[in-house]
Design a protein around this ligand. Structure first.
Ligand code: BGC
Length: 332
């Protein structure tokens, strides 16, 4: 055998050895990882999943922290997943994947459309309970809802405007998303609250895609196209903050009357600075805690109400002391 041929054969054998070795390490790791996952199942009593509207959204992080606290206290493995940016299709796909993974319970916002109702049915067929959280879809087969009475919350926002203003009021409204079921209900409540008051009318409605920048841009456009607007509502958690940015950019001669939603720290600070007049309070932390509690009751064959409303209230500057809030009936 020529020396060249020998080197060639040695070279080939060495390469094959190296490839087999690397494959062994790779597949060995995969197998090990799978075992790790299976072990998880043994350690926890249940594996629940909270599908969020937007993974990094501060409001959803509060729901998560309440749920996590309760999960930890009850030996529940809680998975928190969702899109980076609000995306209906992605959430529905995640919902489907979690059903396929055969988890022990799913929390998700009630979503519009047939695919959502179909997936709830599919989960039910596999005995996986589904709870809607933050937004309900009562016509679906979901086991229960936990969250704000969104119609009532919108109604409260409208009543706040009536109570604290006089003269002609022209409203601009920013909603998180038109397709969102809780936004639709808040809008309905708000419209019905002001319906009989002649001095108040709605001029225009736009979307923020639940982002601060989206709310700022929408506000700027609303004020530019409708200079008569002198009141603004933000119906999801980051809208009030974005509205203030949009207003400051536009710099109208009369600062509008602003009503926001939720009590994120920046909203509170803008109320303290007299930029936002009031905010409608929700209790996301409580929603998360209660969701886990109720799901566990269901697992233990206890009866669970179909509607579990968390508190709602209106927060004004006089309810804030040094950044802390003193909302009436605060259950936290
Ligand atoms: C709503 C949530 C929404 C969030 C967006 C809250 O007011 O209840 O549905 O995801 O705002 O920031």
């Amino acid at each position: 055998m020529s020396r060249l041929k020998k080197y060639f054969i040695y070279g080939c054998s060495l390469s094959m050895f190296l490839i087999s070795f690397l494959l062994m390490i790779y597949y060995g790791k995969e197998t090990f990882y799978l075992e790790g996952q299976l072990n998880n199942k043994k350690v926890y009593d249940y594996h629940f999943v909270l599908i969020t509207e937007e993974v990094g959204n501060d409001y959803w992080r509060l729901i998560e922290s309440g749920a996590r606290e309760q999960a930890l206290a009850n030996n529940v493995y809680l998975e928190y997943i969702g899109p980076e940016q609000a995306d209906l299709k992605e959430r529905l796909n995640t919902f489907d994947r979690m059903i396929a993974a055969n988890v022990d319970g799913i929390f998700i916002q009630g979503l519009p459309g047939n695919r959502f109702t179909y997936l709830v049915e599919k989960a039910k067929d596999q005995s996986i309970p589904v709870a809607t959280i933050d937004a309900d879809a009562p016509e679906s087969a979901r086991n229960f809802y936990v969250g704000t009475d969104n119609y009532q919350a919108g109604y409260l926002a409208g009543k706040t405007l009536i109570k604290h203003t006089s003269g002609t009021i022209n409203i601009g409204i920013i909603v998180g998303s038109m397709e969102s079921l809780n936004q639709q209900l808040r809008l309905k409540g708000l419209k019905e609250a002001i319906a009989s008051v002649k001095r108040i009318k709605i001029i225009s409605i736009d979307e923020s895609t639940i982002s601060e920048i989206g709310a700022a841009q929408a506000t700027y456009a609303l004020l530019k196209n409708n200079p008569e607007i002198n009141a603004l509502f933000g119906l999801s958690a980051l809208d009030g903050i974005g509205i203030v940015q949009g207003v400051e950019e536009m710099n109208p001669s009369n600062y509008p009357f602003i009503v926001a939603f939720d009590t994120l720290p920046e909203t509170i600070s803008l109320i303290e600075k007299d930029k936002i007049f009031a905010t409608v309070v929700q209790y996301p932390n409580q929603m998360g805690r209660q969701a886990i509690e109720l799901m566990l009751n269901l697992k233990n064959n206890q009866a669970v109400d179909a509607f579990n409303y968390t508190n709602t209230g209106v927060l004004l500057k006089s309810d804030i002391t040094n950044g802390g809030i003193l909302a009436k009936g605060d259950p936290n």
